[in-house]
Design a protein around this ligand. Structure first.
Ligand code: ZN
Length: 105
């Protein structure tokens, strides 16, 4: 029996998220920390290039296919109950703000 997915708001440490985030594309995933490409989002535990352990997961498809959002989250939740699924646009927005702060501050 599947539960219901509701988006919630929690406070995260952006640097921690960035360091341990796996970003899914259409077929493969990337490491947000070192940008290593071609990882298997369904199984990878550590980045083979930089060695970081993944704690968070997001997907570019959330924005590209908003209608599939909850199916995607549910599928990934079944495959990767060990990872916290975060919203891609929230993450990108925060990264953009951080870059602007680092640049102008
Ligand atoms: Zn990496």
């Amino acid at each position: 029996m599947g539960g219901l997915f509701l988006r919630t708001y929690r406070e995260y440490d952006l640097e921690d998220v960035q360091k341990h985030l796996l970003i899914m594309g259409d077929l493969t995933a990337d490491c947000a920390s070192c940008r290593n490409l071609g990882l298997d989002a369904g199984s990878v535990k550590n980045c083979p290039q930089c060695g970081t352990n993944f704690k968070y997961l997001t997907s570019r498809r959330l924005d590209q296919h908003p209608g599939e959002r909850f199916q995607l989250v549910q599928r990934m939740r079944e495959k990767r109950p060990d990872l916290i699924f975060i919203d891609y646009s929230d993450y990108m927005k925060s990264i953009g703000q951080k870059k602007a702060r680092d640049f102008f501050g």
